[in-house]
Design a protein around this ligand. Structure first.
Ligand code: ADP
Ligand code: ASP
Ligand code: MG
Length: 410
């Protein structure tokens, strides 16, 4: 018997009609002889609404209580799906994260899964039932509810698939696979038949929210075959696996990811003596601010300029810290720009091909787009540019690297 873990995201369970449609799909797959564990998100918009409520009540919401609140979105959908399945004559049983016992650490709102108890799930599967599990949530050893970070239902699904050694983990969403870039931004983006874990990891961490980063890390670590599919239409979707498993002819560039969620800060005229970078980044990190791109240049006479990016929500906090540091180390000036975006081209084919960076830079030059920062790794090149040019840059690069679909007109 084939054991599948299927995850349906927020838009796939956004209304009672959609939940009934998911129930039809699940019941059909069960009837075809598959064993099924179904992981659900909250109805789309619900987690955002709950968050907004929390912020209305408490300026900086207590994270333990926030997790109690946020986990309710998924508790609603699992119960409704289990009922819809029973209504179709398909026996089903729903479980919250705590009921399964998806054990996590106590890092509220960004908890990590430590262990998953299989007892209930195995028993129900053996009894021929569909097991419906709330995504995005777990429980600590002490019994507190936790959540796994935004988009965390993907990670619940992959972790369950790894624990149960499922034959495939299927992520059903509102697009029919992983595309060369966000299809909402580039109309002629192309669906990829397959992509390697490594590339998907870069795409996710560089802004493609189709899969939560942690879910891809998990899939890669435990070698869980993963597929992204549409819950709205039939199709093969996109297979995500190890480089051998994807067996593809490696293209130079597989995709373009981007994020507007960036702000750039610079501290100019930093004395060129040991310990300065530590003085700058020590307090930033102590404040829990994640730093992304870092660039240091030699400035004028015995000084350096340091520029880095943070998530846009952290701009005010980071700039205040930096002003303090600048005074302390007698740096000249602090500059802040939160109208920037990061764009990255990703592909394992880059390893064996030279000239990709220059083609990227030439394309941007032809569009008169100024590059502010550049970072590279083995399989990606990221740049920071002015936000207003982001969509133009994505489209131009999509064309330059010939990523468009077969039926596109451009
Ligand atoms: P769900 O609610 O099902 O978890 P998400 O909204 O989290 O769905 O993820 C699906 C969305 O990801 C798509 O609607 C699409 O706009 C966006 N997306 C961004 N980059 C890509 C990409 N490269 N391929 C496919 N979808 C992408
Ligand atoms: N409902 C949660 C969120 O909106 C988790 C998820 O959908 O994966 O982030
Ligand atoms: Mg998602």
């Amino acid at each position: 018997m084939t054991l599948l873990v299927q995850k349906y995201g927020g838009t796939s369970v956004a209304s009672i009609e959609r939940i009934k449609a998911v129930a039809e799909k699940v019941a059909a797959s069960r009837k075809a002889g598959n064993q099924l564990v179904v992981v659900l998100s909250a109805m789309s918009g619900v987690t955002n609404n709950l968050l907004a409520w929390a912020n209305e009540v408490q300026a900086d919401p207590n994270v333990r209580e926030l997790d109690v609140l946020l986990s309710t979105g998924e508790q609603t959908t699992i119960a409704l799906l289990a009922m819809a399945l029973e209504e179709l004559g398909c026996p089903a049983r729903s479980y919250t994260g705590g009921q399964v016992k998806i054990l996590t650490d106590a890092a509220h709102t960004k908890a990590r899964i430590i262990d998953i108890e299989q007892e209930h799930i195995r028993r129900d599967l053996d009894n021929g039932e569909v097991v419906v599990v709330a995504g995005f949530q777990g429980v600590t050893e002490a019994g507190d509810i936790t959540t796994l970070g935004r988009g965390g239902s993907d990670t619940t699904a992959v972790a369950l698939a790894a624990a149960l050694k499922a034959d495939e983990c299927q992520i059903y969403t509102d697009v029919d696979g992983v595309y060369t870039t966000d299809p909402r931004v580039v109309a002629n983006a192309r669906r990829l038949d397959s992509i390697t874990f490594e590339e998907m990891l870069e795409m996710s961490s560089l802004g493609a929210k189709v899969l939560q980063i942690r879910s891809v890390e998990f899939a890669s670590k435990y070698n869980v075959p993963l597929r992204v599919l549409s819950s709205f239409e039939e199709g093969p979707g996109t297979y995500i696996g190890s480089e051998d498993a994807t067996m593809m002819e490696l293209p130079l560039i597989s995709g373009i990811a981007f994020t507007r969620d960036e702000a750039k800060l610079s501290i100019l005229g930093v004395p060129d003596i040991p310990g300065m970078a530590h003085k700058v980044f020590g307090p930033i990190s102590a404040a829990g601010i994640e730093v992304d791109v870092i660039v240091q240049n030699i400035g004028n006479d015995q000084t350096n300029d340091i520029t880095f990016t943070v998530q846009r929500k952290d701009t005010a906090k980071a700039s205040k810290i930096l002003e303090g540091v600048a005074k302390e180390i007698k740096a000249e000036q602090v500059l802040v720009d939160d109208k920037v975006a990061k764009l990255s081209i990703v592909g394992v084919g880059m390893r064996s091909h030279a000239g990709i960076a220059s083609r990227m830079f030439e394309t941007l030059a032809n569009e008169s787009i100024n590059i502010q920062l550049i970072t590279t790794s083995e399989i990606k090149i990221s740049i920071v540019i002015e936000e207003k040019y982001l969509e133009l840059a994505v489209r131009a690069l999509h064309d330059a690297f010939e990523l468009e679909g077969p039926d596109s007109k451009s």
